[in-house]
Design a protein around this ligand. Sequence first.
Ligand code: ATP
Length: 265
Amino acid sequence: FRARAESCLTRTTVVWNDIGGLFRVKQLLMETVVIAGLKRPSSVKPWKGVLLFGPPGTGKTLLASAAAGSLGASFYDVKSESILSKYFGESSKLISALYNSAKEKEPSIVFFDEFDSLTKSRSESTSEASAKLLSGILTNMDGLSDKKNDRFVLTLAATNTPWDLDKAVLSRFPRRIYVSLPDPPAIKEIIKIHASDPGTERVNLDLIAEMSALNHYSGRDIQSLCQQAIWNMVHEKNPELFRLAELPFEELNRRTLKVRPLEND
Ligand code: ATP
C-alpha cells in the first residue's frame, strides 16, 4: 500500500506567480500554509483541511500545486474517482498508507481532486466503498489535529459541485474558498502567463479579455486559446512545416522550430 500511496507523490515546481488573477484566493492559501508552518501559540490552531470549490478549469489544481511548490512540500495528487475504482475495497488502507507517508515526508500537501465523486455513488457497493474511503480521510485528518501528531500535513480538496458534499464532510473543511471564473484584469494576467510578451504586444488584450469574460471563459479556456493562437502563428510563419513530416525522427530532432521571427512582426 505504501508504494501505491507514494505513486501519487509528485514534486511540483509550480509557484504562486504561475497563477493569474485570484489574488485574494492566493492570499488566503498563503496564510493557511504559513500558519501551518510557523511555531504558534497553542490557541492558534492551523487549518487541517481546505476546500477549494468553483467552476471547472479555474485553477484549483494549480493552486494546490503552488501551495506545495512554493514550500518545496511533498505533494500527493490524488484523483478521488480513480482511487475509488482502482483500489475498490482497499482504499481505506491506501488512505492510511498515504497519510503515514505524508507525515514522514512533511511538510506535505494531500490534494483530493474531484472530491465530490466520493459522495456521488452509482451503486450500493460503490457507495459503501466511498463511505469507507471518506471516513478514512476524515479519521486521518482528525488524527493530525491531535497535539502529539502536530505535523505539517495539509489536506486540500477540490470540487465543482460542493452541494454534493454532505454536512459531515463539510464540517471537516471549515475553511472553504471559492475559486471564481476570471474577470478581465485576471484574464490579461493569465494570457501573459500562457503567451509570450512579444506575442501579446500584437493583439488587443483588453478586447480579448472583455470578450472572454463575456463568454465565461475559465483559465483553462484561456490557456487553450493562447495555445491555439501560438499554433496559428507557427502555421502562418512556417507554411512548409508539413514537408518535414517526411524526415526521419532523428533528423527532425536535430532541427529547431523557428518561431522567433514572429517577434519582429
Ligand atoms: P477542474 O475543476 O476541471 O479539475 P481546476 O479548477 O482544477 O479544474 P486546473 O486544472 O488548475 O483547474 O487548471 C487547468 C489549466 O488551466 C492549468 O493547468 C492552467 O494551464 C490553466 N489555468 C487555469 N486557471 C489559471 C490561472 N488562474 N492562471 C494561469 N493558468 C490557469
